[in-house]
Design a protein around this ligand. Structure first.
Ligand SMILES: [Zn+2]
Length: 415
């Protein structure tokens, strides 16, 4: 069974980790920064060197294309080259470079596929410089409005539009990814499951739905030294009670529900003053929307008064679970098994470009282990052999889908 060139993939990953390298062995490669622009040029020159043609669309998404034997929509592989501030060397980059290595393997071994093959680098996946995350795949899928995205500003006041124009990577709307036979995204897991269980590959079935609420406790401020405890309306202790209650209730839910109180605002936030207002977020994620609805019921059942403070809540936003395409998911699974790699199925708890692309192109993702589950930090690591196994699955899935989908076209033609 065909495998990718391990050394070449390792060299590629090492080469790209120099773009925006940080002293802590990570990368700071914010979207359309000089480091990102340098990485883009490097990607472009590698693509040209193996005979691919490059197209760039109006959001700066880059598409490297290898023609197929037939005039049919391409099979697309890719991810993103941008990173968060002090991020890791593998997040996103692996999916783009593994795609490149897979195509290099095809070209080198003269393996001709029916479908054209495309490697994509999506602009500003992280949203670390320009809000929101997954900006460009969001525009492609119609989830985000392009004009609004162009106005998004970084912390220095530079708009996305200005940065895109200055980068030299502003292409044409007619070159957008509109139609494809399939989209495959190889990515690091960014969680500890594969590493903990010593498994090679996760076949990703979809992206978990989530919900985010803000809960507010209103009490009364007063002097921290003179007000007897029995006469207080302390919003902080009241909110602590609510948090403990939430944890007790949520622990009764299915084990794979994840929930986080990640943000808290305390007013006035002074150590000599009893807090009169505490606001905090509760975010929960699960693949089954019925479980998410149960979380919402727990919140709805909260009392309106806690320790003489008024409790209120509002939903900030939610997102439905994205189910990946069964044919593509099964092709990933069959490929990983055929290669003899230890495999499990899972839903992604993190967001990825694939979740937007999946709304109009049959998609799936492949995860490889993140050592200790670390990601979005400088010591994010995935062993190079583990990366290569992911690329092998990518290659095998591509070849399998090419066969399977070509047969489908032919039988349609016969009809
Ligand atoms: Zn990523």
């Amino acid at each position: 069974m065909e495998q990718v060139n391990r050394d070449r993939l390792e060299q590629l990953l090492k080469q790209f980790s120099a773009f925006g390298a940080t002293p802590g062995n990570g990368v700071s490669r914010l979207a359309l920064s000089q480091a990102d622009i340098d990485a883009r040029h490097q990607f472009h020159s590698h693509c040209e060197a193996i005979g691919l043609t490059m197209k760039v669309d109006d959001m700066g998404n880059m598409y490297a294309i290898l023609p197929g034997k037939k005039d049919v929509p391409p099979i697309v592989m890719g991810s993103h080259l941008d990173s968060v501030l002090k991020g890791g060397r593998f997040d996103g980059t692996l999916g783009v470079l593994a795609g490149l290595e897979v195509v290099h393997t095809l070209v080198e071994r003269k393996i001709e596929l029916n479908h054209p093959v495309m490697v994509v680098n999506f602009t500003n996946e992280e949203g670390a410089r320009f809000d929101p995350a997954m900006m460009s795949s969001g525009v492609l899928s119609g989830k985000f409005n392009k004009e609004e995205m162009l106005r998004s500003r970084d912390s220095e006041g530079v708009t996305f539009e200005e940065a895109l124009k200055q980068s030299g990577f502003e292409g044409a709307e007619c070159d957008r990814l509109t139609d494809a036979a399939a989209y495959l995204e190889l990515h690091i897991e960014q969680g500890p499951v594969l590493d903990t269980y010593g498994e090679d590959i996760a076949v990703v079935e979809g992206v978990m739905g989530m919900v985010c609420y803000e809960i507010t406790l209103n009490g009364e401020s007063n002097h921290a030294g003179t007000t007897p405890i029995s006469m207080r309306k302390d919003a902080m202790f009241a909110s602590a009670n609510v948090m403990m209650h939430l944890q007790r209730e949520l622990k009764k839910m299915p084990e794979n529900l994840v929930y986080t109180i990640g943000r808290m605002h305390v007013t006035p936030n002074i150590h000599t003053v009893i807090p009169n207002e505490v606001r905090f977020t509760l975010e929960a994620r699960h693949a089954d929307c019925a479980v998410i609805r149960e979380v919402e019921k727990i919140i709805a059942r909260l009392p309106s008064e806690v320790e003489q403070c008024v409790m209120s809540y509002r939903k900030l936003w939610d997102r439905d679970t994205v189910e990946f395409d069964t044919t593509v998911v099964n092709a990933v699974s069959d490929s990983a098994v055929a290669l003899g790699y230890k495999t499990r199925r899972m839903y992604s708890g993190a967001g990825h470009d694939a979740q937007f692309i999946a709304t109009y192109i049959p998609s799936a993702m492949i995860f490889v282990p993140s050592t200790k589950g670390y990601s979005h930090r400088e010591d994010e690591y995935t062993a190079y052999e583990a990366c290569a196994k992911g690329a092998d699955v990518l290659l095998q899935t591509l070849v399998q889908l090419d066969k399977k989908l070509s047969n489908a076209y032919e039988s349609e033609f016969v009809k």
